[in-house]
Unconditional design. Structure first.
Length: 262
């Protein structure tokens, strides 16, 4: 597999921490110039500084993926720094735990605005820039195993991640003739702050009794026998950015240690 990303300009949204930060570090180690984009400017700067301290190339940018003008400026800023945009990782997302009958219209809108609309905007603006450049590119979206199976009490979160899978497939068909590949990564139970929130929500909803119970129970059924770490996504992220995946598009790659089989 050709994994070198030397000279590539890459944006990773939601890269201040967790999966996004791990993917960004892995991409930088393989030669990519990485924009760490996050709604939290302090986290974005810290993550970019860590990459630079290790000899990589990174810059930080504060972005709200729900704001199209902000996303456009993010892409233009990245191109000004790196010369071009080769890969866009639409990774920013939020989780919210609610029992099915307790989901409000606001809950639905809040989750959908970030996880679905935000991905749509980033994909549209990245694709438009790649079309203008005329050299193709790669768009990679972060979905979830919750985009393959619906979970209680995560119905609206699951719906948002199913939407990411659908957008990935539709965009692959829309932009294939422009040599723009569009794929998605579906993480499973990953040791991040987001899963701490989910675990607390299970407990608050009465579905579990102890702290970390949901996390441990889900992770315990993984065929590979452990929970995932954010670094587990880095290799797949590098592959989907590289020429090693140049004939791959419209796919959702499940990286969960064997929780969900297709």
């Amino acid at each position: 597999m050709e994994a070198t990303l030397e000279g590539q300009g890459v944006i990773v949204t939601g890269a201040g921490r967790g999966i996004g930060a791990a993917m960004a570090k892995g991409l930088a180690k393989n030669g990519a110039q990485v924009m760490i984009a996050d709604i939290n400017s302090d986290l974005a700067k810290e993550a970019a500084d860590e990459i630079k301290s290790g000899g990589g190339t990174a810059t930080a940018y504060t972005v709200d993926v729900r704001d199209r003008a902000n996303v456009k400026d993010m892409i233009e800023t990245a191109c000004a720094h790196f010369g071009k945009l080769d890969t866009m990782f639409s990774n920013a997302g939020i989780a919210q735990v609610r029992p099915f009958l307790s989901i409000t219209e606001k809950d639905w809108q809040d989750v959908m605005d970030v996880n679905a609309k935000g991905v749509l905007i980033c994909m549209q603006e990245a694709a438009q820039k790649m079309i203008e450049q005329g050299i193709g590119g790669s768009i990679v979206n972060t979905a979830s195993i919750a985009g393959k199976q619906g979970y209680e009490p995560l119905a609206h979160y699951s719906a948002s991640k199913f939407a990411v899978v659908a957008l990935t497939q539709a965009a692959a068909r829309a932009f294939g003739d422009q040599k723009i590949r569009v794929n998605a990564i579906c993480p499973g139970v990953v040791a991040t702050d987001m899963w701490k929130l989910i675990d607390e929500g299970f407990k608050d909803s009465g579905l579990t009794e102890k702290e970390n119970q949901a996390f441990d129970e889900f992770a315990g059924i993984a065929v590979l026998g452990r929970a995932s770490e954010p670094d587990d996504m880095a290799g797949v992220a590098t592959f989907l950015s590289s020429s090693g995946s140049e004939f791959m598009t419209g796919q959702t790659v499940i990286v969960d240690g064997g929780l969900v089989f297709e």
